[in-house]
Structures are given as structure tokens and as C-alpha cells.
Design a protein around this ligand. Structure first.
Ligand SMILES: [Zn+2]
Length: 123
């Protein structure tokens, strides 16, 4: 078997190498209250090689969303919750937004909903 993240050979019965496991443990430990930049600092602090860190952030072997997308989703959910908005953004939503070019956030109002008055024909 090869590591599901960095593709390093890990033996028959393991799905993940020790380095990537360490990185995932750091993520699991801090996921409740960490921003992506802080998480990155902590991952780098483990001493694991940078390409592996990037693999762990970007890969999505379970189809549940990459760590990067999950951290982003958790962060926006916390932000929305702090503003009193029911928060249920998922890693899949984050990925969709990013794949679309990241134009509209999920907090955007539908067109015509309490939009500020607009002068016709401008812009
Ligand atoms: Zn690995």
C-alpha cells in the first residue's frame, strides 16, 4: 500500500505514512478553533517535509473534502455563527465555490433581496 496522501510506500496494512498521520493528528487536535494560516504554522512546526504537508492539505482520499477545504468551511461556519447565521457550509461547498472562481460567498443575498437602490443604466 501507498500512503493515501503523499504516495510513499507504507507496507501492507497501513493507509497512511507516519508523517501524514502526524499532520492529520495536528489538524484533528486543533480543528475546532484554528485558522488555515495557524494550522499551516503548526504543521510546519512538526518538522514534516513541505511536500507532504501540501499533500495532506490538498488530497481528498475519502471524498469528504480536503483538509484545506474543511478548515475553510469550519472557519466560515464559526464566522457565520458569530453573526447569528445558521452555519452549515461543508468542505464540498468550499470546493464548489473555489472551482467556480470564488465569486459569490454563501452569505450573499439573492438578487433583489433588500439590495441598495441602483441607478438604472449605470456601471
Ligand atoms: Zn504520507
Amino acid at each position: 500500500m501507498r500512503c493515501r496522501y503523499c504516495a510513499e510506500y507504507v507496507g501492507l496494512f497501513r493507509r497512511c505514512c507516519a508523517d501524514c498521520r502526524t499532520l492529520l493528528e495536528v489538524y484533528e487536535r486543533h480543528r475546532a478553533d484554528i485558522a488555515l494560516s495557524e494550522l499551516l504554522d503548526r504543521l510546519i512546526a512538526t518538522g514534516v517535509a513541505r511536500p507532504k504537508i501540501e499533500a495532506v492539505l490538498e488530497r481528498d482520499p475519502d471524498g469528504t473534502g480536503s483538509v484545506r477545504d474543511r478548515v475553510t468551511a469550519d472557519m466560515s461556519n464559526r464566522l457565520l455563527a458569530a453573526m447569528g447565521v445558521p452555519a452549515k457550509q461543508t468542505a464540498a461547498d468550499v470546493r464548489k465555490l473555489r472551482e467556480r472562481g470564488g465569486g459569490t460567498a454563501s452569505t450573499a443575498r439573492p438578487a433583489g433581496d433588500a439590495a441598495p437602490p441602483r441607478t438604472r443604466g449605470s456601471s
